[in-house]
Design a protein around this ligand. Structure first.
Ligand code: ADP
Length: 610
């Protein structure tokens, strides 16, 4: 039972007791008052009866006195009679003053009767009656008679008073009895009323209690339903938040969600680590801060600062609604590497207004591929030009081969004819021989060139490496001569023939030789010596060593020398060494730069014997 219910019960009991007490109090008061009235009335009646009795008795005494005097008057004692009468009169007067006859009708009546009698008797006994002397026995008889007559009347009045008193008492008793019954009924009514009120109060209290219980249970159910609904909504929200967070975190790009003021409201893990690595103050990715402050804190270089400045102004345009999205790429430096960042932004609307998704993407790899693409396209164009030149050269070589062959044949014919003639001029013979040899050499150069530009590469055939070296030297010799480079060949004897694609290895040799010649020429070295050596490297490899007296290579540059697109030349492609290395490796060999060489730059490559 609750505290409220207890207090209601107490109040119900108090009210019932109070009502009963009031009812009983009223009944007791009325009963007591009426009993007192009845007792007072009875007492009054008794008193009056007593008064009337006393009156009668006194009256009797007067009459007796008159009678006695009258008898005495016969003895002619008039004075004695007169005295008796005056005594009687004074007794009556005394009696009248002692008793109040107005209190009852009966008593008043008696008084009315007595008064004239006394007056008559008084007059008669003092003045006499119609000329008859006052002490005449006749007068006295008359007076006595008169008194007697009235005495009977008084006795009747007394009886009447008794009757009236009895009736009055009976009426009063009856009234009191009925009054008491009414009071009892009233009391019973009060009791019933109290019980009814008590019942109503208890019923009301029960109803209130039930209502309170119902309300409490309904409220409880409502709260439970609300709580269930809220929990479900919270779970759904949490689920979608977790989904969103997991999705955001699974993306490699740095992502931040901004509100309509540009304040960061959520970030993913990559953004957090990107921002916190630059500025420890933003360990949580700068949530709650304006994106511009956070964004600018990531700038490491002036170049990057410019990029970020441009990007933030474009982001501001999106936030202000001037544009719906933006994309901007800017260069930056991370870990001592040049990198590229792409900032993009798109917007979406929720009930809370316009929001934006800001994405930072590392597009360095794409940029690098684009750059490589660009270089490859240039290279392709270059190669295409080379191919065209090669085809022209091939056609030219073919065209030149015939006249050169004709020259050689003709020279042979001339020399043969001259040897048959005894008088032939030895000097002319020698000149013709010279012409023949030069024509053959020109033919050899042209054949080498045709091999070099031939398209059908890829066939590996047993090849004499020394012959291949000589052929390439023949090709590069004009350039070497032009650039003042002396070429020395140190070719080992008895090298086994190597299984190789001669065109590809020739390309490697030409590339290495030309690099050396160009290096020495660009350096304007006083000593320009190019040496090409072949030897056995162990039992399984033949090694070719190309050394020059050029400027050498910077150690930092040397580390990336064999990577594609690494060049120090204005018109260089930076592809020669990387292509050469891959050709050598395709043949099962190795190409490297000798790190221990001093004063000379040495490139070495090996080709397996089998
Ligand atoms: P490219 O000749 O088009 O520049 P390469 O891959 O053949 O491309 O050469 C790459 C770079 O290596 C050259 O630009 C040059 O700086 C350097 N290099 C190659 N050979 C030598 C050498 N013998 N002496 C000095 N530098 C060299």
């Amino acid at each position: 039972m609750t505290k409220n219910q207890t207090s209601t019960n107490v109040w119900t009991v108090v009210i019932v007791v109070l009502l009963l007490s009031i009812g009983m109090g009223i009944a007791a008061f009325v009963y007591r008052s009426t009993t007192q009235v009845r007792e007072a009335l009875a007492e009054e009646i008794l008193e009056q009866q007593h008064d009337v009795s006393s009156l009668i008795q006194e009256y009797g005494n007067v009459m007796l006195s008159i009678e006695r005097k009258r008898l005495d008057s016969n003895a002619k004692n008039q004075n004695a009679l007169t005295n008796a009468l005056s005594t009687a009169q004074s007794q009556l007067v005394q009696m009248r003053s002692n008793y109040s006859f107005e209190r009852l009708d009966g008593a008043a009546k008696a008084n009315t009767f007595i008064k004239p009698i006394l007056e008559d008797v008084d007059q008669w006994t003092t003045q006499g009656l119609h000329g008859i002397a006052a002490d005449d026995p006749f007068v006295l008889d008359l007076a006595a008679q008169r008194m007697q007559e009235r005495y009977a009347d008084i006795r009747e009045i007394s009886a009447e008073i008794d009757n009236v008193a009895n009736e009055l008492i009976a009426a009063q008793t009856d009234f009191l009895g009925r009054f008491r019954d009414s009071m009892l009924l009233l009391l019973a009514g009060f009791a019933m009323l109290s019980l009814t009120i008590a019942t109503l109060l208890i019923r009301q209290r029960n109803l209130q209690t039930q209502l309170a219980i119902d309300q409490e249970s309904n409220a409880q159910k409502l709260i439970e339903a609300e709580t269930r609904g809220r929990l479900q909504a919270e779970e759904a929200l949490l689920g979608s938040e977790q989904f969103l967070r997991a999705t955001l975190n699974s993306l490699n790009s740095d992502i931040a969600i901004l509100d309509h003021n540009g304040v960061i409201s959520a970030v993913n893990m990559p953004w957090k680590s990107f921002v916190s690595s630059n500025e420890q103050q933003y360990a949580d990715g700068g949530i709650g801060h304006h994106y511009e402050t956070v964004f600018k804190s990531t700038a490491a270089t002036e170049l990057e600062r410019d990029g970020i400045h441009m990007a933030t102004s474009m982001v501001a345009d999106v936030l202000s609604g001037k544009s719906d999205e933006m994309f901007f790429e800017y260069p930056c430096h991370r870990d001592e590497k040049r990198q590229w960042s792409l900032v993009s932004m798109s917007t979406f609307n929720t009930g809370e207004g316009r929001h934006s998704v800001l994405v930072h993407e590392d597009v360095t790899e794409r940029k690098r591929l684009e750059e490589r693409d660009r270089r490859l396209r240039a290279e392709l164009a270059h190669v295409s030009r080379l191919t065209t030149a090669g085809e022209l050269a091939s056609g030219l070589a073919h065209e030149l081969n015939q006249p050169l062959t004709a020259i050689t044949h003709n020279c042979d014919a001339v020399m043969s004819s001259m040897r048959d003639q005894s008088e032939a001029d030895a000097e002319v013979l020698e000149t013709v021989n010279d012409i023949s040899e030069q024509a053959q050499r020109a033919g050899g150069i042209i054949r080498s060139m045709r091999h070099l530009v031939r398209k059908d590469t890829g066939d590996k055939v047993p090849t004499d490496i020394n012959e291949l070296v000589k052929e390439t030297v023949r090709l590069t010799a004009p350039e070497a001569r032009e650039k003042g480079v002396n070429v020395t060949l140190l070719l080992a004897d008895d090298l086994p023939k190597l299984h190789m694609d001669p065109v590809q290895i020739q390309q490697v040799l030409v590339n290495l030789e030309r690099n050396s010649v160009e290096a020495m020429w660009q350096n304007e070295s006083s000593v320009r010596e190019l040496s090409i050596e072949t030897c056995l490297h162990g039992e399984e490899h033949v090694e070719v060593c190309i050394s020059d007296t050029g400027p050498g290579i910077e150690p930092t540059f040397a580390r990336k020398l064999f990577s594609a697109f690494q060049t120090t030349k204005t018109n260089g492609m930076g592809l020669g060494l990387s292509i050469s290395r891959s050709i050598v490796e395709q043949h099962g060999g190795r190409l490297w730069i000798d790190p221990d060489s001093e004063g000379v730059t040495i490139f070495r490559f090996t080709i397996p014997v089998t």
